[in-house]
Design a protein around this ligand. Structure first.
Ligand SMILES: Nc1nc2c(c(=O)[nH]1)N[C@H]1C(S)=C(S)[C@@H](COP(=O)(O)O)O[C@H]1N2
Ligand SMILES: [Mo]
Length: 354
């Protein structure tokens, strides 16, 4: 088979795919904890990487097609390769469709969630695929000038199509224009409690009775404090956007207690670095002390008392953080010296022991 001058050596394509998949997987994970406008670059890089992968995958799939269409060419690893191709194409397609503002649900799952699942599955299936198909490159495959030029072409293609996609969104007035920089679409802003309720995995506590609830504040502090619902004086407010990683956002006027005021009352020790917020369900998340001070433990949204689904009696409002970090049904604030890595597990397993 003759190769056109624009086609890259197979091994170079394969290695470029490996590197690019690593890049989109890493940036994809990073998007989950990116919520500030200055983080927009993470989403852009993820998009550019995905589009670069479209070109690489086009080359690759064209080359290997006969190995699939000719039944004799199959070996026992071929099904894994086909599965991998389907997952990769599915992840790229769902990502692209979402970027154009088409945001259907597939049964209970938002398309963006399907995108994440497919993308996450690519990684282990790719590792299995590599076990049977891994080939060390020869120096010939990476001849300097050609490698540099082709890398440039692939990255250039990704960046250019990303740019064109934005322009197309604007010109064709697709819903993509209305996405926040995180890719999320607006839902229920300024409508009080009438915005989506999202809890994940098993977190579903019974409604909390105000008299049976207290808020404890302690840890690396000089004093401890226990407050009841009637002690909470919702005198502080923030306008902030809750942005869920499943692809929706909602902007509201939140009112409640400034965490900094609570901390002043208990006096954190000099070693205090983090503040952890724990839910009655065991769900928890922590923020660095300085950031936590500016956060809010909210009792009200747009002037309404928070309802049960949104975390009554008290929920964390952490501007610039993604929704999953806005702990609902908070009952304890714990000042600590070290970052609590167990929270990464807690958010998945909380609620299962009930
Ligand atoms: N205790 C607890 N807090 C939680 C969650 C949860 O499952 N349990 N879900 C988080 C997620 S993923 C999001 S997006 C927001 C959603 O808040 P809402 O249900 O008020 O819209 O709450 C966060 N806080
Ligand atoms: Mo979320």
């Amino acid at each position: 088979m003759t190769r056109s001058r624009f086609e890259l050596p197979p091994r170079l394509v394969d290695w470029s795919i490996l590197v690019t998949v690593g890049f989109v997987a890493a940036t994809g994970l990073l998007t989950l904890i990116s919520g500030r406008p200055s983080d927009a670059v993470v989403f852009a890089l993820h998009g550019v990487g995905g589009l670069a992968l479209v070109l690489l995958l086009f080359w690759k799939l064209r080359r290997v097609r006969p190995r699939v269409t000719v039944r004799r060419a199959w070996d026992r690893h071929t099904p894994v390769s086909i599965l991998l191709a389907l997952l990769a194409v599915g992840a790229l397609a769902t990502g692209a469709v979402w970027s154009f503002g088409v945001t259907p649900r597939l049964g209970p799952w938002p398309l963006l969630f399907v995108h994440m699942v497919l993308g996450a599955l690519v990684v282990p299936v790719l590792l299995v695929h590599l076990r049977s198909r891994f080939r060390l490159p020869s120096t010939h495959d990476f001849e300097g000038r050609r490698t540099a030029l082709s890398s440039l072409a692939v990255v250039g293609f990704g960046a250019l199509t990303w740019r064109l996609q934005r322009t197309a969104n604007r010109l064709l007035d697709t819903g993509g224009e209305d996405h926040r920089f995180t890719g999320s679409t607006e839902d229920g802003s300024d409508a009080g409690n009438a915005f989506p309720v999202t809890s994940w995995v098993a977190d579903d506590p019974d409604p909390i009775e105000a008299d049976a609830w207290t808020l404890r504040i302690g840890g690396e502090t000089r004093r401890e404090l226990e407050l009841t619902d009637s002690d909470l004086d919702p005198e502080n407010g923030h306008r902030a956007t809750l942005d869920c990683t499943s692809g929706w956002y909602s902007t509201h006027d939140w009112r409640g207690v400034r965490v900094g005021d609570l901390l002043d009352a208990v006096e954190p020790g000099t070693e205090a670095e983090w503040v952890s917020f724990r839910s009655v369900t065991g769900y928890r998340w922590s923020l660095p002390v300085e950031e936590a001070r500016e956060a809010l433990l909210a009792t009200h949204v747009d002037g309404e008392r928070l309802d049960h689904g949104h975390g009554y009696p008290l929920r964390l409002v952490a501007p610039g953080r993604r929704g999953f970090q806005w702990v609902k049904w908070v009952e304890a604030v714990d000042v600590t010296r070290r970052r609590d890595l167990g929270e990464w597990l807690a958010i998945f397993v909380s609620g299962f022991d009930r």
